[in-house]
Structures are given as C-alpha cells and as structure tokens.
Design a protein around this ligand. Structure first.
Ligand SMILES: C[S@@+](CC[C@H](N)C(=O)[O-])C[C@H]1O[C@@H](n2cnc3c(N)ncnc32)[C@H](O)[C@@H]1O
Length: 390
C-alpha cells in the first residue's frame, strides 16, 4: 500500500492532510497508521480539516470504509470540526460514495477540484468537438512534422503527450518517429476511448493512454525526454500549473514542446475586416469562458517563466494553398459551433456570436475562393529543462 501522507497547517484555521499514491489495503488493519495520523490531525485541527485525496491514484473499498469510519469517529470525538474531502475524477466511484457521506454528516463537504478548474470540459467532449480535433490534426501534421525535428524530437525517445485528445498526434509520432515509449494523457474518457480503439484496430504497440489530470499527473518525475502539450495550455486559465507538471515529468536535458493558437493574427483576404472582427469576437467569447485562443505568442514568456532554457519558437502555417481548402473550411465551420458553445457556457452576449458567425463564414468563403488567401497560424514553442535547478 505505497501511500504517502503529508500534514500541514494551511492557515485560516484549516489544516490539510494529503494522501498521495495508492491506497489498496487488503484488510482494515493495514490502514492503522493512516487512521492514526488522520485522528491526530483531527485532534489538533481547528475549524476545518481538509483531507486532500486529489493525488491518489488508486483507492479500494477497504480504504474507503476506513475513511468512512474516521468520519464517524470525528463526529463523536470532535463534533465542532468540519471535514472537507478534496477529490479528483481520477477515481470516479469515490466521488459518488463521498457524496453519500456528505449527505449523512452535515459537517462533511466534498470538493471535486478538477470539475471547478475546467469549466469548458463539456464542450471539449461534445461530438462536434471530436470532429474538430480529427480534422485539425489531419491538417496540421504535414506542417508540424519538420518543426518537431527542429524542436528536438527524434527516434528512440520517451515521449509524453499531455492533453492528447483523440491521440491522432501519437499515432503519427509512433509511425514517423518510433519512440521508445509513448504515453498520451487526457481528462476526457470519450476521447481516450476513441484513441484506445484506434490503437487496438491498427494493432499499434508502444502507445499507452492514461486517464489523468494535466494539473496533477500520475507520471513519475524526470521520466520523459520529450513532453508535448498541443493546443491545450490555451484552454486552462492557470497554464503555469500545467507547465509545472510538464517540467516535473521531463528529465533534465529533455524538452517541453507546446503549441497554441494566435486568433488575433488569423489572415484572410479578401473580406479581411469582417474576418478580423469575427475572430476578435471569438477571442472575446472564449476569454469569457476562461480560454485564451491568443496564447501562441506568449509561449516564450511562459516557458522562460517555467525555468526552461534554449527556447525555440516556430510558426506553423496552415493555409488554403498548402493544405486542402475544403478541410480548412470545414474546420472553420466547426469552430462556429465551438464558439457558440463556449459563449453559451460563459453566458456571453449573443450579438458577439452573430459577429463570430459572420466573420468565420467570410473566412470560409475566402478559403474556398480561387483568388483568396487564408492562413491559420499556430505557434510552436519548446524549451530545455536545465540540468541544475537553482
Ligand atoms: C483543444 S484539445 C487538444 C487535443 C490534442 N492535443 C490536439 O492537438 O488535438 C484539449 C484537450 O485537453 C483535454 N483536457 C482538458 N482538461 C484536461 C485536464 N485537466 N487534464 C488532461 N487533459 C485535459 C481535453 O479533453 C482535450 O482533449
């Protein structure tokens, strides 16, 4: 039962006990030291005792029942004390069971921390969004492949793709770069189901998909040579938290590679003014939903802030002259729907969406016109993890 237990006073009359690792006892007695540490914390805590389980990788029912008994013990020994369990959706059944405990004991509350952090997740799991990801990936790969080489990807590396989505990128990487080992992590079960199905349909080996949270990865420190996080930092309102995890799992000397969009520089001619206004409104809508679709140029700043060195920046340009214009127009059409969903989730002004639709339809016309020129720019940035951290 390799579980680590850490206790700290967090101020504001709150004491926190954190359990990390695996909590799979065969019998309740194996939980004795965990129980006694929890009771010790509960005896000295004032106000609220926070029991943080968000980094727990596995927990079984024996452990759950012991935590339940601990709650019962607190109700008698410290009736004035409140207990807050912090859970993550990594162990989904535990959320349902702790909800029952919270109903039975008024002093108990639960917080599913990743639900609050990622309000756009329902949009990302929508079927239409799956189509967006699939089409985007098809368009981007031809232009990204060489850029990846410039950013240090080569055969034989241990690669992690965090926020892997449908995993199309991983399949291309496996085919064209033959990594020693490749893991894709995502927080969406439907997307991972799709990714695993593709891997099994094509009999691909060496790719593992993991359900997990990019802000609290279940991967070991210093364990990858190349850590990618593509078109995803931009969806988090605290990207530094994710970067911190990417750096943690990368080995010293390895590289962290991120890509992000730059919607304010979306190019289209003719109809440039309507197009620009459309993307400006798209940006406004997405920002209201906590997403920054103009993060691309901030890549260098972010990577430096995370303590990385040897920063490289490249621009991936998908245009209607270097890619299939029908595919590009289809992606833009799907974005109209995504913008609408972001807007609805964020309670944005509907007139903004009218602007988005007008601008993006004009962009589609430009893309499909023989005389038009349109570019979708994406910024790729990477940095090396130093050997020595100060
Ligand atoms: C815009 S998509 C990009 C997917 C993929 N990298 C690509 O380029 O197609 C963002 C991805 O981040 C995933 N995601 C969102 N929140 C996450 C989290 N907390 N941990 C891991 N993945 C998350 C979503 O499920 C989605 O697959």
């Amino acid at each position: 039962m390799p579980v680590a237990l850490n206790m700290r006073l967090t101020g504001n009359e709150e004491q926190e006990v954190t359990l990390t690792g695996t909590l799979r006892p065969f019998v309740a007695e194996e939980m004795a030291s965990v129980r006694s540490s929890l009771e010790q914390a509960a005896r000295s805590a004032r106000g609220t005792l926070c029991v943080n389980l968000k980094r727990l990788k596995y927990m079984n029912n024996v452990a759950f029942l012991e935590l339940n008994r601990f709650v019962r013990w607190v109700a008698h020994a410290r009736p004035d004390l409140r207990i807050k369990f912090v859970l993550s959706s990594v162990i989904p059944w535990a959320i349902r069971k702790f909800q029952v405990i919270a109903e039975l004991y008024p002093a108990v509350t639960i917080e599913v921390y990743d639900k609050a952090l990622y309000p756009t997740q329902p949009v990302l799991e929508d079927d239409e969004f799956i189509n967006v990801l699939r089409m985007q990936e098809k368009l981007i790969w031809n232009h990204e492949q060489d850029i990846l080489v410039q950013h240090g990807l080569r055969p034989g590396l241990r690669v992690a793709d965090i926020c892997c989505g449908l995993g199309c990128f991983d399949i291309f990487i496996q085919r064209d770069f033959r990594p020693e080992y490749l893991v894709g992590v995502d927080h969406s079960r439907p997307l991972l189901r799709y990714a695993r199905q593709v891997v099994s349909d094509y009999g691909l080996e060496n790719i593992e998909y993991q359900y997990g949270d990019a802000a609290a990865l279940l991967l070991a420190d210093n364990s990858f040579d190349f850590v990618a996080c593509r078109l995803s930092l931009q969806i988090f309102h605290q990207p530094e938290k994710i970067l911190h995890e990417l750096v943690r799992i990368c080995r010293p000397g390895g590289r962290i590679y991120i890509t992000n969009e730059m919607l304010s520089c979306m190019v289209g001619y003719p109809n440039e003014e309507v197009i620009q206004q459309g993307y400006k409104s798209f940006l406004q809508v997405s920002r209201q939903g906590g997403v920054d679709l103009d993060m691309g140029p901030k890549g260098r700043f972010l990577l430096q802030g995370a303590g990385l060195e040897d920063i490289k920046i490249s621009q991936i340009n998908v245009s209607n002259t270097n890619s299939d214009p029908n595919d590009l127009a289809r992606v833009v059409e799907l974005w109209i729907r995504v913008a609408w969903q972001f807007g609805a989730a964020a309670g944005a002004d509907p007139s903004l969406h009218a602007d988005v639709e007008k601008g993006l339809r004009a962009h589609m016309e430009t893309i499909l016109s023989d005389r038009g020129y349109a570019v979708w720019p994406i910024i790729a940035a990477s940095g090396r993890k130093p050997f020595r951290t100060s």
